[in-house]
Design a protein around this ligand. Structure first.
Ligand code: FES
Length: 127
């Protein structure tokens, strides 16, 4: 496999501390939103790599979990969100968005994804 399109200028740019773009195979984190789209206390659903991801801003820090509720697949990102807890809109199961753990049964979880903020951009790493 060759990567003829990777000129030294492009590589330097992509590896710079503030690139304007990234390539998924070079950086597992993918840009999904701008910080302005999700203020403190806010929530947002994004699609990346074929997955629905629910973003939540808890005290200025963005957390990302699977948008699909582990009960019966409800859209967690559309649920009521207070503090760091989201309530599934379908049957009211509640999850701690910083850990993905169900608040009433510690063995029930939704997947949690790593988040990075670079400047005014939010990036998520989804396997
Ligand atoms: S689908 Fe989420 S609580 Fe039932």
């Amino acid at each position: 496999m060759t990567f003829d399109f990777l000129t030294s200028e492009l590589v330097s740019h992509l590896l710079s501390p503030t690139p304007c773009c990234t390539l998924p195979f070079m950086d597992e984190f993918v840009e999904v939103a701008a910080t302005s789209e999700i203020p403190t206390g806010g929530q947002l659903v994004v699609m990346t790599r074929g997955r629905e991801v629910a973003l939540f801003n808890v005290d200025g820090r963005v957390h990302a979990i699977d948008n699909i509720c582990s009960h019966q697949g409800g859209p967690l990102g559309e649920g009521e969100f207070k503090g760091s807890i989201v309530r599934c809109p379908w049957h009211a199961w509640t999850f701690e968005v910083t850990t993905g753990v169900c608040t009433f049964h510690g063995e029930i979880k939704v997947e949690v994804f790593d988040v990075q903020v670079r400047g005014d951009r939010i990036l998520v790493r989804v396997p």
